[in-house]
Design a protein around this ligand. Structure first.
Ligand code: C5P
Length: 396
């Protein structure tokens, strides 16, 4: 794919080198259009060596080949990283006083911007309005992240990491192969209260389920996402394309899921559901002074929501379960997965290994997708966003 990477004048320009590199390594033909300011931060030879193409920055060069529009016309995707407040303002107003402005104006390709600036500039009403205008025209904005900025300050404004920018950019050009398909996704982990302040829960962050919802929406699906106790920030930038419902306990998840499942064509049950809950919930905080040295909890089994979904499934409904297992041996993991796929009556089961340090809360995942008979139909390894795409490729 012909990809134009626009680089503008911010310190984060040094990180743009890795955006270029990642796109080249993924097999794309990358053309860098840098502003003059960008070339003060990162050298032309670096960008030419990494992109394997000449770097363009001058509006009045290559006039005979009408370069000011030719680059944009040929582009299948334009990524601007970093996008400074100044460039965002210019793009929002359609200005074309440099080669990058001309390139963007002359292109109908998806446009992805990775803003990078100090917090005050990002939160300035002028920038807020410019970003809103760009978004309303379908421009994809990735980041910025909150973190350490160039000076001693910290806050929102740090450019998203190159891997995230590339993933978002490739998502922007992906086919809308789930257009109007009704997709229901559950994510996070349920919590079962013991008393007003305590619960039994699990370490699911919700990242994988939210990534599935995000990917399905980007592919055109009509997505309902039911979330239970997500980690902070997991839904950042999800946008209004996804309808989000919040629950906490298994029975709340059950009620919301069964209700939403009626009209869903594809259900992805990524939530980690508590199998048991306390038989009684104390109305006041349980006190050690009244309990002594031991405290006995009696748990009762929760409903198996996935099972209820497959029991009630209607024609043309595809139901996908998840299985998180601590089993280290791949064959044993597969055997467990196959048995679970059959027991739960799912069309697909996404099997992954979890442990004290693996998967939960991580941005990476490694999964096997099994069909109803327990056969591997796909394997995926990488960011949770890329794993989500692979899952959808198979189960859609
Ligand atoms: O049996 P196990 O908990 O490993 O099954 C995992 C799959 O079943 C996940 O898709 C999870 O969302 C779902 N599940 C459920 N209700 C339960 C337990 C698990 O829907 N009570």
């Amino acid at each position: 794919m012909n990809v134009v990477v626009g680089i503008t004048g911010g310190i984060a320009a040094y990180k743009a080198v890795n955006v270029v590199r990642g796109l080249v390594l993924a097999g794309h033909d990358v053309h860098v259009v840098a502003t003059d300011a960008a070339l003060r931060f990162v050298g032309r030879p670096t960008l030419e060596a990494i992109s394997r193409n000449p770097v363009h920055s001058e509006l009045y060069e290559g006039v005979a080949e009408v370069r000011h529009v030719a680059i944009g016309q040929a582009a299948e995707l334009i990524v601007v990283a970093p996008a400074t407040a100044n460039t965002i303002a210019k793009l929002a107003h359609g200005l074309a006083d440099d080669l990058l402005g001309n390139t963007v104006l002359a292109s109908s390709a998806p446009l992805v911007l990775a803003p990078a600036m100090h917090t005050e500039m990002w939160q300035n009403p002028a920038t807020v309005a410019n970003v809103a205008a760009l978004r309303s025209r379908g421009v994809h904005i990735v980041g910025p992240e909150t973190g350490q900025l160039t000076g001693t300050d910290a806050g929102p404004g740090r450019m998203a990491e190159p891997g995230e920018i590339i993933a978002e950019a490739l998502r922007a050009v992906r086919p809308r192969d789930l257009e109007a398909r009704r997709v229901l996704v559950t994510a996070g982990g349920t919590r079962e209260p013991l008393d007003p302040v305590r619960f039994i829960g699990n370490r699911s962050s919700g990242k994988q389920g939210v990534a599935v919802a995000r990917a399905a929406a980007a592919r055109g699906a009509d997505v309902t996402l039911i979330v239970a106790n997500l980690d902070d920030g997991v839904m950042d930038g999800l946008g209004s394309a996804v309808k989000v419902l919040h629950v906490s306990t298994t029975r709340e998840l059950q009620e919301a899921t069964l209700l939403a499942a009626g009209t869903a064509e594809l259900i992805v049950m990524a939530a980690a559901v508590a199998d048991y809950r306390p038989e009684t919930v104390a109305s006041d905080k349980i006190k050690k002074e009244t309990q002594g040295d031991t405290l006995e909890l009696r748990l009762v089994k929760n409903p198996d929501i996935l099972h209820e979904l497959t029991d009630a499934r209607h024609d043309d409904q595809v139901i996908v379960g998840f299985a998180a297992e601590t089993e280290p041996d791949r064959d044993a993991l597969l055997t467990l997965g196959a048995a679970k796929a059959a027991r739960k009556g799912v069309d697909y089961l996404v099997v992954n290994r979890v442990g004290w340090t693996e998967t939960f809360g991580s941005d990476e995942n490694s999964v096997m997708v099994l069909d109803a008979r327990g056969h591997i139909v796909a394997e995926a390894d990488g960011s949770k966003a890329s794993v989500a795409e692979r899952i959808l490729d198979v189960v859609r």
